[in-house]
Design a protein around this ligand. Structure first.
Ligand code: ADP
Ligand code: ZN
Length: 735
């Protein structure tokens, strides 16, 4: 790696090194007319193509200067800041990612180098008529949903799922207008001086601490802990206000896009304007605009998914990671990283504050807060007087449960009582589809995916079998694919769709809604359904883990966990932590509204004495975390020791197994660093999409130079053609 100082300027025709986004990495070129500065993005010739690159420093190669090709003009006047370049470099080092891939992460916006030109956009013009076609109202809804954003006619039509003629019709009618607008307009300024809600005492003291830390400047991380509804969001919005008042930028990461709608409205209510939004659901135009505005400092607050962390913010003063324990912050594809950890890294480089907010922190953050590495702020009560739900267990061993029934009589009685009072119940089961297994009663065959080591899951709403690993689907057969006997295939075990069937039988008058990620084709439809549930007449919500995440259902006063034991099995050391977080979050959905009567959470379990179930029932969360931490410490597991996972995959089992054995036989660099190698063994899912997978785990003491050791170990060994190797530092699963 070449480390260079910031403001370095390279005059026209001097030799420069450019980090490209291609596997070749850094290459020498000639500086363009007018010169360039370090950190500027440029297009560079590479063979017959032109690819994106970033000026990295002075060229060091000995290639004949006369033969070097010049780079194109800089794309942005402003170079990436030295802190941002440093972050990308260190993030690459930490995750063992090649720098070109890291640069790609930082330049994920379309048409970066096309100069902004005026374009035609649609804006609201007049009052809509009282009656309209459904297609036309749909267009107006999209505009209302995206308050402030302007769309090209075709984009708008696409978002609304209608033809462009519908948009043109509204223009002809005068409800909308088509105007010339400059591209890339800065975001409206948020006003940090607008007053927030009057805070409760513990909120106020937490907000004061965060404000003081931001005013003082410099890096720090705070774990902001408090049950759902305790007012954490209100507190970190105060930190955002302080950051904006200091003239710096703020980033709030959320685990779920569907949550962002409610959050954007809260921001607008608090600061008088909408923040920038960054996730897979935004248009190309918005993506491009936000990327540029982040770099120019022309957006004060960005709300986004994990990849927003790789936006080229000019001066980031605060990063909030809401629901910091959430596993969706971990990306396990191409670049393996945890956005929570990368947030801390980025903040430590650019002198920013990090707020990790959660009711159920990750064990890592809990331990870091305990050791003083992070500051810890607790909100003890729910905001207002609303109480935590009462927790009860239903011991399934003692219940009279007919086969094929999953809702115990006690839980059913509780649901009935809610229906009578006009309140909502939530039945939680973290399993999509109708039944996890389809078995042939004639020969015992379980229908599996032909290209994965996984069973096909019956999805009755779609009338298909679906592989949850690769997404492959097929019609539900009538005859067994193995023995050919007709009519003997039977679903085994419950999924949410099956619970919905049981609900329909038990409560024929009730209105039930299933919330499961596979049933929603877009974030917008999911958002609408959630809004309907909050306001509408749903009596029973049946949901997978998407209901666990911060949605606010005011009339919800009963949560039933259909199978509290589901996540407890298995050898993964993180299973207990995960189950605990999920159940605590789900239970927290009940009765969170001020003034409402306290909710009840019912856990159906076969092991009421399991430590996780006991902790959930007793509310002794700290005791649970401390016990978990002790267990991890005794075994030297994260965060007390370090782990890295290596996954190797290849279409041919013997090829991948042989290469894995070869690597294992040459593990001296790992041993020299004090690390041990576990495996190779078949990966937890040993076959995905026709590729056989082997896994190794590297376990090291906390102080070991783990990344260097792994790099030294792997470097000399050339993998066979078509073998994929990925390194996962700090894997989510310890299996
Ligand atoms: P959390 O982020 O911890 O789940 P929120 O900040 O979302 O909690 O607060 C829960 C509910 O209580 C929200 O509806 C919020 O508007 C309300 N609330 C929180 N703090 C206050 C306050 N100080 N004044 C009025 N309402 C508040
Ligand atoms: Zn599959």
């Amino acid at each position: 790696m070449i480390h260079k100082s910031a403001s370095e300027y390279f005059p026209e025709r001097s030799r420069i090194a450019v980090l490209t986004t291609e596997p070749v990495g850094v290459l020498d070129y000639l500086a363009p007319e007018g010169g360039v500065r370090r950190g500027q993005l440029v297009r560079v010739p590479l063979g017959p193509r032109r690819v994106l690159g970033m000026v990295w420093g002075e060229g060091k190669g000995d290639f004949d200067l006369a033969k070097l090709r010049p780079v194109g003009r800089a794309i942005e006047a402003e170079p990436f800041s030295p802190g941002f370049i440093d972050f990308l470099t260190r993030a690459a080092d930490y995750t063992l990612t090649l720098p070109p891939l890291m640069l790609r992460m930082a330049t994920r916006a379309p048409d970066l180098d096309r100069p902004p030109a005026a374009r035609r956009v649609i804006v609201p013009a007049g009052d809509p008529p009282a009656r309209m076609t459904e297609a036309r109202s749909q267009v107006l809804r999209v505009i209302a949903d995206h308050g402030g954003a302007s769309f090209a006619p075709s984009e708008l039509a696409q978002l609304a799922g209608v033809g462009v003629s519908v948009v043109k019709g509204l223009v002809a009618q005068g409800t909308l207008a088509e105007i010339e607008a400059p591209r890339d307009v800065p975001y409206p300024r948020l006003d940090p001086a607008l007053p927030g809600k009057p805070l409760a005492a513990d909120q106020q003291s937490a907000a004061d601490t965060l404000r003081a830390a931001i005013r003082a400047g410099g890096y720090g991380t705070t774990l902001l802990r408090g049950v759902t509804g305790s007012g954490k969001t209100e507190v970190y919005l105060e930190a955002v206000a302080e950051c904006l008042a200091q003239g710096r930028q703020a980033l709030v990461l959320l685990p779920e896009i569907a949550l962002s709608a409610e959050f954007l409205e809260r921001v607008e209510a608090r600061f008088g304007a909408r923040p920038g939004e960054w996730h897979s659901g935004i248009t190309r135009t918005e993506r491009r605009r936000l990327w540029h505005m982040a770099g120019r400092g022309d957006v004060g607050l960005v709300v986004g998914a994990r990849s927003a962390l790789f936006l080229p913010f000019r001066d980031l003063g605060l990063i909030v990671v809401d629901e910091e324990h959430d596993s969706s912050y971990k990306q396990e594809d191409v670049v393996f990283y945890n956005a929570r950890d990368m947030a801390v890294l980025r903040a430590s480089i650019c002198g920013a504050q990090v707020v990790l907010a959660s009711a159920t922190p990750s064990l890592e953050s809990w331990v870091n807060a305990g050791s003083g590495k992070y500051r810890r702020l607790d909100l003890r009560a729910r905001y207002g007087e609303a109480e935590l739900p009462d927790m009860v267990a239903v011991d399934l061993r003692a219940e009279d449960m007919p086969t094929g029934r999953w809702i115990s009589p006690r839980l059913a009685a509780a649901v009935s009582a809610r229906i009578e009072k006009g309140q909502q119940s939530l039945l939680f089961l973290n399993r999509r589809g109708f039944a996890p297994v389809t078995v042939c009663r004639a020969c015992g065959e379980q229908i599996g995916c032909h290209q994965c080591d996984a069973r096909m899951v019956e999805h009755r709403f779609q009338n298909r079998l679906v592989c949850h690993q690769c997404g492959e689907t097929k019609p539900i057969p009538t005859a067994c694919p193995s023995c050919g006997v007709e009519g003997k295939l039977a679903p085994v075990g419950p999924g949410v769709e099956r619970i919905a069937e049981e609900v329909a039988a038990l409560f024929p008058q009730a209105k039930a809604t299933v919330l499961s990620s596979d049933l929603f084709h877009s974030a917008r439809v999911l958002k609408e359904t959630i809004a309907e549930i909050s306001e509408g007449d749903t009596d029973i919500i049946i949901g997978t883990q998407i209901v666990a995440k911060g949605h606010n259902f005011p009339r919800l006063t009963l949560v039933g966990v259909i199978d509290a034991d589901l996540g407890l099995q298995g050898a993964d050391l993180r299973a207990a932590e995960r189950s605990f977080q999920l159940m605590r979050q789900v239970a927290g959905r009940a009765g969170r509204q001020k003034g409402a009567e306290p909710g009840v959470a019912v856990l159906q379990t076969h092991q009421p004495d399991h430590p996780v179930i006991r902790a959930i029932l007793s509310g002794e969360d700290e005791a649970f975390w401390n016990a978990e931490a002790e267990g991890r410490q005794a075994m030297g597991m994260p965060p007390f020791g370090r782990l890295a996972g290596i996954i190797l995959s290849h279409p041919d089992l013997e090829t991948v197994a042989a290469f894995a054995r070869h690597l294992a036989a040459h593990a001296e660099p790992l041993r020299e660093a004090g690390a041990e190698l576990w495996g190779p063994a078949p990966a937890p899912i040993a076959l995905i999409r026709g590729r056989h997978r082997m896994r190794m785990l590297i376990h090291a003491p906390r102080q070991a130079a783990l990344q260097n050791a792994i790099a030294d170990w792997l470097a000399p060994h050339k993998p066979p053609t078509n073998l994929r190797l990925s390194v996962d530092i700090d894997p989510q699963s310890f299996l």
